[in-house]
Ligand binder design. Sequence first.
Ligand code: NIG
Ligand code: FE
Length: 391
Amino acid sequence: MPSTALTHISTLVTNDPSLGPGPLGPIQDAAVVLEDGHIAWVGTTRRTPATDSHYDAAGRAVIPGFVDSHSHLVFAGDRAEEFTARMSGRPYTAGGIRTTVAATRRAGEEELAGRLAAHVAEMLRQGTTTVETKSGYGLTVEDEARAVRLAAAVTEEVTYLGAHVVPEEYRDDPGGYVDLVTGPMLAACAPHARWIDVFCERGAFDADQARAVLTAGLDRGLGARVHAGQLSAGPGVRLAVELGARSADHCTHLTDADVEALADSGGRTVATLLPGCEFATRSPYPDARRLLAAGVVVALATDCNPGSSYTSSLPFCIALAVREMGMTPDEALWAATAGGAAALGRRDIGRIAPGARADLAVLDAPSPAHLAYRPGVPLVAAVWHRGRRAV
Ligand code: NIG
Ligand code: FE
């Protein structure tokens, strides 16, 4: 692959503290060289080495491609009516998941694959170069296996979420469903997945059931992640930390003991905040300041799904996190890039430093603060993904 230099970058966010001040490690009037899908060099424009091709960023900012570490993109149908009813006062419940399960089971493979690809492309246009995505709208062995297989065709970050809710047909036998999830369904899904996840919440799975699900996945060599503290404080966060899950997601309702457990994990368990969900369910936002003050590593992700958060935009989530959750623009940008990478246990993405994957976005803005400062404005002007111009 020919080498490319991007030059005249007003601010290059590297997320490498050895390259510039603070966690974002910014370089001013910067340049970056991409070669064979990786970052080969970073520095100032006037020191740029010779390359095969050249892109003049003309005073715009460049950031690492966003790492969206939590989404649910294998689904059919939408729930606009449920959203509309919520905006007239009806509360969000996990029960809506079953609506999407019914639509997804009915859908053909081509339809699901087409919609999945369209959502991934929509994310890429908004600067997301890595996306984690989950099963969880199939809830039979065949439908879950189909979901993880389709997901694996678009990303290496696939999560098996058979334990999303107990499906209708197991209403009277939740234990039987957990046996299915930890037995034949896991066997069918594990070969296509990197992670296992469980929705630990009243109305979904309790602590014992969640522990059984996560332990079965860990025994199969999957990494653990947990939907925890979305609708109420519960056992999910502490279970995530205890089992060494890479991420506890939502973290909207937290006890002091939860915050302490996350902090004590020393960054091993990241708190992934999903403000699109609070936006679309009209709920109070998680308190990012409380987590950051305690020393917890925080990631931001979209949770893109047709029920609780139908946004694919990390810039939108950054704006919400800054306005509603007490984060600074720098903290929110870090959380949506390096934070997402940490939540996926990855060192090769979420930063622009020699050796990292060449994933980056050029912003139509002189500084990355514009992501929060100009909410709703499509600021992503160009994207390189694995060293190739993708947008
Ligand atoms: O992360 N909490 C569980 N799962 C999704 C919601 C899925 C849905 O409502 O369809 C979430 O918010
Ligand atoms: Fe989710």
